[in-house]
Design a protein around this ligand. Structure first.
Ligand SMILES: NC(=O)C1=CN([C@@H]2O[C@H](COP(=O)(O)OP(=O)(O)OC[C@H]3O[C@@H](n4cnc5c(N)ncnc54)[C@H](O)[C@@H]3O)[C@@H](O)[C@H]2O)C=CC1
Ligand SMILES: O=C(O)[C@@H]1CCC=N1
Length: 275
């Protein structure tokens, strides 16, 4: 929990801006502690009202903030930094949530010596079960790192890692919820193919995912061991696993995550599409 006097400015009121704001409020921070700035003033005002926080233009919100959270798309980061920079006061921590935007890119567009933290959160932060990895730059004091960590700790677990791991983190936990939702969709559809009512298939799959995740967390057992517990010799599970192996699902996961990490790296290298 951050001090009651800590002022947080959220730049961007999209998925992650809303998620982190909601997380801060859910963790018990007061609505007065969070100011939300959007690109479109009307939409930003509506989003802020919906979340119960205050809305202000970036130029008014940023001065005096303890933490400025950059929750804009990588493609919009340059413009957002152009608005934040002139309003930034000494000591403010800038916390970027953007995929593929390196600390060096942020530092180059902010006053020299600004405390910058690169982070990769994920959407389960909406329900207090997020996973974030933070990489502080060397200008940050330990108090400033704790401020950045405190913002994301309101939404789930936070780990600190060297920046060189951020492309891999983005591929695994940043994008990760999408892969798992895809697996869930596929299993529900399979249940429907097998004749189950859709609502029944959904309940079975969602609770199975929740149960399996809880087992992984609570037992600390290796997933291979947990999978073997389900796999009776000559039984149903091995029959299904054989199909997954034949269809190279493991290899597909490896290629998929390599593609995500590569895309994150491409963004880092400045290969940013305009779409
Ligand atoms: N959606 C996800 O699962 C995750 C997203 N991220 C990162 O979070 C960042 C934001 O992503 P989303 O929230 O999904 O995108 P989004 O498109 O939902 O939200 C971005 C918001 O930023 C606003 N914006 C753009 N320029 C602005 C400016 N100059 N000032 C104020 N607001 C501005 C846009 O109007 C939009 O509302 C991205 O950089 C993304 O890589 C990181 C982890 C997970
Ligand atoms: O798809 C993306 O680029 C963002 C970053 C991680 C999750 N969503």
């Amino acid at each position: 929990m951050l001090d009651t006097g800590t002022r947080i400015v959220m730049v961007g009121g999209g998925v992650m801006g809303r998620t982190v704001t909601a997380g801060l409020l859910r963790a018990g921070h007061s609505a007065e502690q969070v100011l939300l700035c959007g690109r479109d003033p009307e939409r930003a005002a509506a989003t802020a009202a919906e979340l119960g926080v205050t809305n202000a233009p970036t130029a008014e919100a940023v001065p005096g903030a303890d933490v400025v959270v950059l929750a804009v798309k990588p493609q919009d980061m340059d413009a957002a930094l152009g608005q934040v920079r002139p309003a930034l006061t000494a000591g403010t921590v800038v916390l970027s949530l953007a995929a593929g935007i390196p600390l060096a890119f942020l530092q180059a567009r902010l006053p020299q010596g600004t405390a910058v933290v690169r982070a990769m959160p994920n959407t389960p932060s909406q329900v207090g079960q997020g996973m974030s990895a933070i990489s502080p730059d060397p200008h940050c004091t330990s108090e400033q790192v704790e401020l950045a960590r405190g913002v994301l700790a309101s939404t789930g677990l936070v780990t600190t890692l060297p920046e060189r791991y951020q492309d891999a983190v983005t591929a695994i936990s940043g994008s990760g919820p999408a892969y798992l939702f895809f697996v869930v969709e596929s299993m529900i559809e399979s249940g429907v193919h097998l004749g189950l009512p859709r609502s029944t298939a959904t309940e079975l799959v969602v609770q199975t995912l929740f149960g399996a995740a809880t087992m992984l967390k609570e037992t600390g057992e290796h997933p291979t061991m947990l999978r073997e517990m389900v796999s009776s010799p000559g039984g149903t599970t091995v029959a299904a696993m054989r199909e997954l192996e034949d269809h190279k699902v493991r290899a597909a996961f490896l290629s998929a995550m390599e593609a995500a990490a590569r895309r994150s790296k491409d963004l880092s290298d400045g290969v940013v599409d305009d779409d």
